[in-house]
Design a binder for this molecule. Structure first.
Ligand code: PMP
Length: 360
């Protein structure tokens, strides 16, 4: 077996230790004589796994008691609809900050249910930065303010949490959750698809302040009502049991690493190294403003895009996988989520340096 370095934007790298533990427990979970996937979600064994996972996530993120944690399906994309369906609460407008492709998708979906008013957009700057707090034109009567703390494709990230006064702040944290500490009390709702920093695809985590529950539109499908899931401890129907279990193993792994404070230091170092190398080279470039650069997703281009194919082939051969940029933007992208070790970044930089020498 040889595990390669995986820079995928998602589904993304998982920690070796977590996969090894899942392998060891696969056929016979803790002497129960069956795998976790084959158990009833209502069995004592699974409920203990589910409860522990929630407790560990609460501990890692310091989630206050007046927030509920939901383990759902449907991906972050379902949240683009679930958020307006639950949080409009009779209002007809919500504010959206537009920083790139994922914000836009959220805006488009919300537009089916209400006015998705643009409180700020950096589109005219080619989405190469996030707006500053001063640039936010917030409507005090908006039902909520939605933003994307990290744009996975564009590689732009907020270095601050927007101040929205009394209006609940909603964050699509799919590609940045657990990468560093975050003050949950600043948010009305946080959601994230699991397949980057949490676990396998198929699980979606929602953290919601309890005063925002019970407000779903009458027409909202039962499975799109946060209150239904909160009342049923995310077991209104069969939850994604294996994803939930694996997320729990990732949370325990994160605790062993020293929690999100330790991850912040490592993630900052990984990103600084790669941006530092790119900025110091005339061969590679990253277009994002220094203050808005993502720690998690680092897009970069080669001086001559005709070399892209060769770069990817040779990177692959060197055991550096999934560096191709998103199909909508081209170029390269290295995703540096929690489970991507610093050694992967070192190996990538060594490879980039050699490639530049041979082709620059
Ligand atoms: N939001 C962001 C920021 C994302 O990165 C992604 C997935 N790449 C999505 C939403 C969509 O997530 P899903 O595929 O889980 O619906």
């Amino acid at each position: 077996m040889s595990r390669k370095f995986n820079f995928s934007a998602g589904p993304a790298a998982l920690p070796d230790e977590v996969l090894q533990q899942a392998r060891d427990e696969m056929l016979d979970w803790h002497g129960e004589g069956l795998s976790i996937m084959e158990m009833s979600h209502r069995s004592d064994a699974f409920v203990s796994v589910a409860t522990q996972a929630e407790q560990d996530l609460r501990e890692l993120m310091g989630i206050p008691d007046n927030y509920r944690v939901l383990f759902l399906q449907g991906g972050a994309t379902s949240q683009f609809a679930m958020v307006p369906l639950n949080l409009l609460g009779g209002r007809d407008s919500a504010d959206y900050i537009n920083t790139g492709i994922w914000s836009k998708k959220a805006i488009q979906e919300a537009g089916r249910y209400a006015t998705a008013r643009i409180a700020a957009s950096t589109e005219s700057a080619g989405f190469t930065r996030v707006p500053s707090q001063d640039e936010l034109d917030l409507d005090p009567s908006a039902a909520y303010v939605h933003y994307t703390p990290n744009e996975t494709i564009g590689g732009v990230e907020f270095g601050y949490v927007p101040e929205t006064g009394e209006v609940p702040l909603v964050a699509d944290m799919s590609s940045t959750i657990l990468s560093r500490p975050c003050d949950v009390s600043r948010f009305g709702l946080i959601y994230a698809g699991a397949q980057k920093n949490i676990g396998p695809a198929g699980l979606t985590v929602v953290i919601v302040r309890d005063d925002l529950l019970g407000r779903a539109a009458a027409s909202a499908p039962t499975m799109f009502d946060y209150q239904v899931h909160a009342e049923a401890d995310s077991m209104n129907n069969t939850p994604p049991t294996f994803g939930w279990y694996l997320a729990g193993l990732v949370f325990q792994w994160l605790k062993r690493q020293g929690g999100v404070e330790a991850m912040e230091a490592i993630n900052r170092r990984k990103a600084d190294k790669l941006y530092g190398y790119i900025d110091g080279s005339d061969f590679y470039a990253n277009p994002i403003d220094a203050g808005s650069r993502s720690w998690m997703n680092v897009p970069f281009t080669l001086a001559d895009s005709a070399l892209d194919k060769l770069f990817l082939e040779q990177a692959d051969a060197a055991g550096l996988l999934n560096l191709k940029g998103h199909r909508s933007v081209g170029g390269m992208r290295a995703s540096l989520y929690n489970a991507v070790p610093e050694a992967a970044v070192d190996a990538l930089i060594d490879f980039m340096r050699e490639f530049e020498k041979s082709n620059g």
